[in-house]
Structures are given as C-alpha cells and as structure tokens.
Unconditional design. Sequence first.
Length: 50
Amino acid sequence: MKVRFSLWLYLSLRRTVMHLKKTSIKNKKLMDSSTKNIERKGHEEKLTKK
C-alpha cells in the first residue's frame, strides 16, 4: 500500500512539475514578445520625435 501511494505521489508531482515548466516556457515567450513590442514602440517614438 505504501509503495502504491509513493508511486502515485511521485507521478502527480512529476506531472505538476512538467506542467509548470510548460507554462513558464509559454510565459517566457509571451514576456519576450511583449518586451520586443515595447522596444519597437520606443524606437518608433524616437523616430517620430526627430
């Protein structure tokens, strides 16, 4: 019984870790794209101010 519980615990923890990794990668991609957009906007503003 203990072995089955520990196996279940291990698998569930592993699943959550994998899920967290996937979401963090997605968030990182979103962050990168949003910062690129901000940099682009800043660059455009510099061009229009001249």
